[in-house]
Design a protein around this ligand. Structure first.
Ligand SMILES: Cc1cc2nc3c(=O)[nH]c(=O)nc-3n(C[C@H](O)[C@H](O)[C@H](O)COP(=O)(O)OP(=O)(O)OC[C@H]3O[C@@H](n4cnc5c(N)ncnc54)[C@H](O)[C@@H]3O)c2cc1C
Ligand code: SF4
Ligand code: SF4
Ligand code: SF4
Length: 356
């Protein structure tokens, strides 16, 4: 058993990878804070798109996506809007077949849809999540208000539209290419059989080569032989797999999903216990209600988590995301705000396990 109790933040696909790591391995992940996510972008293509608007990443103070636009709040206080219909071409291909908006396998899901400016929508999914939110409220970290029927209807409508659109994309893609494995409804026994016959080459042909890889880095983290390396575009393998190892295939969020983690596509936001609109009482630097930052602050302050696994920006490359593990609350606060491009979130986990 690991001595680390990690609280991680991630998009729905990354939270699914974390859930599979918990299911199939002895994972140090203790708490999963899942973000809402409609889409994500390629960092490289985002730079090219900005050039069309005579902008550089360095010019941007904050990104916000809402009401059909990517809003860029510039450091000079100007605001530029890029229609999502234009930005669509830099969305990562894997996001077109993603049928989850709200991180359904998290302990607590957080997003902006449904809440007013400066507030976050907070969905409690598990008993652990409920205890955390109750503790954070009681100890004066966050405040919560009821989520109205109108707010709920909006969230449900947007979640359904993502699911329906991407189910159609899946159908279209499967007509030309391989089946999208994570949508296959198989029993746990037959999944275990598939896993026992699969290694990196199966991951490559069924996920990576068909544009389904979300670049989460779970395969790299899980490989006991350190054979997988992830660059900005995809995981690659150096060397030869050892016999009877299937770790990368089992933890990937885009291979088969065990029965207890599987989404029911007819439930737009999945199963949950409670839903609120919420705001931090302690921090203001976050994207919306600074709820993620503040819950992490609470978890670290109370010793419920030993470290937070978060996504910060590189100092030398504006808005380039990178994942890090820290127990320093100032570092958590610094990493608040949404970076609209992808990075392998599980990469730093490997280092803590190697240090131990
Ligand atoms: C790619 C992406 C798309 C999103 N799309 C939507 C959407 O369509 N609708 C919606 O309501 N909400 C969306 N969100 C969530 C929203 O932008 C806020 O992150 C969320 O409301 C939490 O706000 P906050 O103020 O509580 O978080 P903060 O206190 O600002 O904390 C944000 C946390 O997010 C983490 N983070 C930042 N960027 C990334 C990243 N690229 N990958 C993983 N973790 C990251 C950081 O570690 C930080 O701890 C998206 C988030 C991401 C990363
Ligand atoms: S696949 Fe894309 S849209 Fe889906 S959760 Fe991951 S980043 Fe978001
Ligand atoms: S050794 Fe195992 S985990 Fe590593 S690449 Fe091969 S099958 Fe995947
Ligand atoms: S192939 Fe690796 S990086 Fe890509 S989604 Fe699967 S586990 Fe994540």
């Amino acid at each position: 058993m690991s001595e680390h109790k990690i609280a991680m933040v991630g998009t729905p696909c990354e939270i699914m990878a974390a859930s599979k790591l918990q299911h199939y391995t002895d994972s140090p992940i203790e708490v999963k804070l899942g973000l809402f996510c409609m889409e994500n972008f390629s960092y490289k293509y985002f730079i090219n798109l900005l050039k069309e608007y005579d902008l550089k990443m360095e010019d941007i103070e904050k990104f916000q996506i809402e009401k059909g636009f990517v809003f860029l709040l510039l450091k000079n206080k100007d605001e530029v809007r890029i229609p999502l219909s234009v930005a669509r071409r830099i969305i990562r291909k894997n996001c077109d077949i993603c049928v989850e908006l709200t991180s359904e396998t998290s302990d607590i899901s957080i997003g902006s849809i449904g809440s007013e400016d400066g507030w976050s929508t907070l969905i409690i999914r598990t008993e652990k999540g409920e205890n955390i939110v109750e503790g954070a409220v009681k100890n004066g970290f966050i405040e919560v208000k009821d989520f109205s029927d109108a707010q709920f209807d909006l969230l449900e409508r947007i979640a359904s539209s993502k699911i329906e659109r991407n189910l159609e994309n899946i159908e279209e893609r499967e007509f030309f290419a391989r089946p999208v494995l994570y949508q296959r409804q198989k029993s746990d026994d037959s999944i275990m059989k598939e896993i026992s016959e699969s290694d990196f080459m199966d991951l490559k042909s069924n996920v990576i080569d068909i544009g389904a890889c979300v670049l989460c880095g779970a395969c790299e983290y899980a490989c006991p032989e350190n054979l997988i390396i992830i660059d900005d575009t995809k995981p690659r393998m150096k060397g030869k797999c050892v016999e009877d190892c299937h770790a990368c295939f089992s933890v990937c969020p885009r291979t088969f999903i065990p029965e207890n983690l599987r989404n029911d596509n007819s439930k737009a936001i999945g199963d949950y216990r409670k839903i609120f609109t919420a705001k931090s009482v302690r921090h203001t630097q976050g994207q919306d209600g600074s709820i993620v930052t503040t819950i992490l602050d609470y978890l670290l302050s109370e010793g419920i988590a030993t470290e937070a696994l978060i996504v910060d920006k590189e100092d030398h490359l504006a808005w380039k995301p990178y994942a890090k593990i820290t127990s320093d609350i100032d570092e958590v606060v610094k990493s608040g705000g949404t970076k609209y491009s992808v990075c392998p979130v599980f990469k730093p986990l490997k280092n803590i396990e190697e240090v131990d």
